[in-house]
Design a protein around this ligand. Structure first.
Ligand SMILES: [Zn+2]
Length: 325
């Protein structure tokens, strides 16, 4: 990955020939949707360093650039007609983190930009964790230095070991229906209590404020289970439950859905349609592809610490093109 990033950056830095330029120009006329997860306040450290996050400074620089070079629009507009939208951009947030409200919202308000927040309803309702945060919290707050999971013993000697345990377990548990129980077991072994840190996730009051200020509130499941690991009936129940909760809290039924991890199939799309949704977003990078349709909207996912050129490559779609080679 590091090599790929360097190669892609080098291509851009050295002009890279005509085709790169042509691809960039073509892509520059396509609308883009950017997706953020955590936007860290100044001086704040991420709970889970292995997940995507940006700093407040990176976020401000990126959205300021977008609003100077493209027309700000909403995801709803792009879902309705991406091919006719021209060089526009829309901003989205997944998961329901508190910093969407505290850090990103004031910055966007200054720029006159509204966004879409995809919320995980059980997490926003309070008391529940996103399971990877619970794991990261247990590993970093641990009083013990070792624990067992899946027949392996992990040693938390230093920050590097913590991060590699976090990355390995996140990958291993992502599709497991027992992941919450396994993470709780790890936390118990490490002696870390379950309380969710104040403000880690948004409250419904904050979600309502965003909605009142023109933001769109979208569905991001009830508990962040991945739809491709669930039966059609389980997916239906989750999507319906998530939509009903949002409607109860903000007084409006959500029309847009961001399936967890961007993993969903055609059967899930049929379920989304029946539940009244008009569009879905993926975790496929780059500008919205021509004729992608409202249920396969691509999103650019910037990551903290990346060079500016890489953000440009992500916007152009070249980064994802190279990755697919
Ligand atoms: Zn998510």
């Amino acid at each position: 990955m590091a090599f790929l990033k360097e190669a892609a950056t080098a291509i851009l830095a050295h002009g890279g020939g005509n085709w790169v330029w042509k691809a960039l120009t073509r892509a520059g006329r396509r609308p883009v949707v950017v997706v953020y997860h955590r936007v860290l306040a100044r001086g704040e450290r991420p709970l889970d360093r292995t997940q995507r996050y940006v700093t407040a400074a990176e976020f401000t620089r990126q959205v300021t650039y977008l609003s100077r070079t493209r027309r700000a629009t909403t995801l709803a507009e792009l879902v309705a007609d991406a091919d006719g939208a021209g060089p526009a951009f829309a901003v989205t947030f997944d998961d329901g983190y508190g910093d969407t409200y505290r850090v990103a919202f004031p910055t966007l308000r200054e720029l006159g930009v509204t966004a879409t927040a995809f919320v995980t309803t059980e997490v926003v309702s309070g008391g529940a964790w996103q399971w990877w945060d619970r794991l990261a919290h247990a590993l970093s707050e641990s009083v013990g230095e070792t624990f067992r999971a899946g027949g392996r013993i992990y040693y938390l000697a230093n920050e590097k070991a913590v991060d590699s345990a976090q990355a390995a377990l996140t990958a291993a548990l992502k599709r497991s229906p027992r992941r919450e129980a396994i993470v709780e077991d790890i936390a118990t072994q490490l002696g870390v209590a379950a309380g969710v840190p104040e403000g880690l996730y948004m409250s419904w009051e904050e979600v309502r404020t965003l909605h009142r200020c023109g933001w769109t509130i979208g569905a991001h499941s009830q508990t962040h289970r991945i739809y491709t690991t669930m039966t059609g009936e389980e997916t239906r129940a989750d999507v319906e439950g998530c939509a009903a909760r949002i409607e109860r809290e903000i007084g409006e039924r959500p029309r847009l859905v961001a399936p967890p991890n961007g993993e969903y199939d055609d059967e899930a799309v049929a379920i989304f349609r029946r539940a009244g949704f008009t569009g879905a977003v993926t975790m496929v990078g780059g500008p919205i592809r021509p004729k992608a349709g409202p249920f396969r909207i691509a999103r650019v996912a910037p990551n903290g610490g990346e060079p500016w050129a890489l953000f440009m490559l992500r916007l152009s779609g070249l980064y994802d093109m190279v990755r697919r080679l």
